[in-house]
Design a protein around this ligand. Structure first.
Ligand SMILES: *Cc1c(COP(=O)(O)O)cnc(C)c1O
Length: 396
């Protein structure tokens, strides 16, 4: 327990000694107006290979214009929670569009994906029940089970047989089986068809957090659910975030009308919080239209991923089997990951090092992410820089 300022200082020193101290880099601006322009930090442009802006929508001028126009109409802040006076036509229209996009009856906005996951688990799990989760699920799903007061059981990563075993042997009945759609730190796609069938057989709710799949996977960008052809019958609780491929901010849950209605009654993270600004909802709506209409973004992204993987193979850089925009290079210890990230940074490339506890001990990594706005030359440049920066151990 931290009892005084000296204990806090000692804790910080220990983190620093273990190379686990986290720090932020402050972006001064961008090196140009185009959507893929490099962020400038400490006066130098750094090509960004670690954002979640997979489709290049975050700085699209049409999305920004929608934000500005809506801010003129609605102002900067919503002024209250959705259930009080904060719910506007802009929010309402976005919810309808997200329901349509995901092929669900209804959708409910949340301020963040973190809050959406807390809210869903609060509403659909409780004391005397178990929430069963993939071992590598996002922190917000783990926290959500604990906040709901449910027992947390975890199965081996993407291991359907282990999930089935734990479902059958759980002490308290499993109310929710939750998985990331695309795992945020390793890019793997969850076996959602099998998990959905398993949950159905056991009468548990299948919850999929598709923060990294929506907009990216599936012919129309409908994520892992679309790619696997799974409707609300199979995945009754579908969570999406709007700060990644949508390039905006916020999150939503999509499902049957009654499920969403129930969420609105029970999810404390939707009830006791200010609505996101209407202008943000309008910007997200504009981004959703672009995401649906401009399929070239997904095609270009797929081409960049393929090019990166081929380049790494040619240079002997070991990758995982991920086929998504998340392409980790696992280095092992935190020191190696930090050193590689720093060497890339010094050469003008921004690739973050991911360390425990975000990933399991001994699997610290560089988390490379690809975007539709990267050029072929940038992808090739990064591969060359990686070949220079990586310790020999990462070279196959
Ligand atoms: C990013 C992320 C979240 C959190 O979403 P925010 O809107 O950023 O709070 C939740 N789940 C997963 C899998 C994520 O990657």
């Amino acid at each position: 327990m931290l009892r005084d300022p000296q204990a806090v200082r000692a804790a910080l020193d220990a983190l620093s000694r273990d190379h686990l101290l986290r720090a932020r880099r402050c972006v001064d601006g961008f090196d140009g107006d185009e959507a893929g322009a490099a962020p400038v930090v400490d006066g130098l442009a750094r090509v960004n290979f670690c954002s979640n802006d997979y489709l290049g929508l975050a700085r699209d001028p049409r999305v920004a214009a929608a934000l500005i126009d809506a801010a003129k109409r609605w102002g900067a802040g919503a002024g209250a929670a959705h259930l009080v006076t904060g719910h506007t036509q802009a929010h309402h229209a976005l919810e309808a569009a997200l329901a349509d996009f995901t092929g669900r009856e209804s959708a409910l906005l949340f301020s963040t994906g973190y809050m959406a996951n807390l809210g869903v688990l609060q509403a659909f799990a409780g004391r005397g029940e178990t929430v069963l989760q993939d071992r590598l699920n996002h922190a917000s799903l783990i926290d959500g089970a604990q906040l709901a007061g449910a027992k947390l059981a975890r199965y081996a990563h993407a291991d359907v047989a282990d999930a089935a075993h734990r479902l059958a042997t759980a002490e308290a009945p499993v109310s929710v089986l939750a998985t990331d759609g695309v795992f945020s730190m390793d890019g793997a796609v969850a076996p959602v068809s099998e998990l959905a069938a398993l949950a159905k057989r056991h009468g548990a709710w299948c919850m999929v957090d598709d923060a990294h799949g929506l907009g990216v996977l599936g012919a129309q960008g409908g994520g892992v659910a679309e790619a696997a052809g799974l409707g609300a019958d199979d995945i009754p609780l579908l969570v999406g975030t709007l700060g990644k491929a949508f390039g905006s901010f916020g999150a939503f849950v999509a499902g049957d009308r009654d499920v969403i209605q129930f969420l609105l009654q029970r999810a404390r993270t939707a009830i006791y919080t200010t609505a996101i600004p209407a202008a943000v909802a309008a910007a997200t709506h504009a981004a959703l239209r672009l995401l649906r209409e401009e399929g070239w973004r997904r095609e270009q992204l797929a081409a960049r991923i393929a090019r990166f993987r081929a380049g790494c193979a040619a240079q002997g850089i070991a990758l995982t089997t991920s086929t998504t925009p998340i392409q980790p290079i696992v280095l092992g210890d935190a020191t190696s990951a930090l050193a590689a990230s720093q060497a890339l940074w010094d050469a003008g490339w921004w690739v973050s090092a991911i360390r425990p506890p975000t990933v399991p001990r001994g699997t610290a990594r560089l988390r490379v992410t690809l975007s539709a706005t990267h050029t072929d030359a940038q992808v090739d440049g990064l591969v060359d820089a990686l070949a220079q920066a990586l310790p020999d151990m990462a070279q196959a």
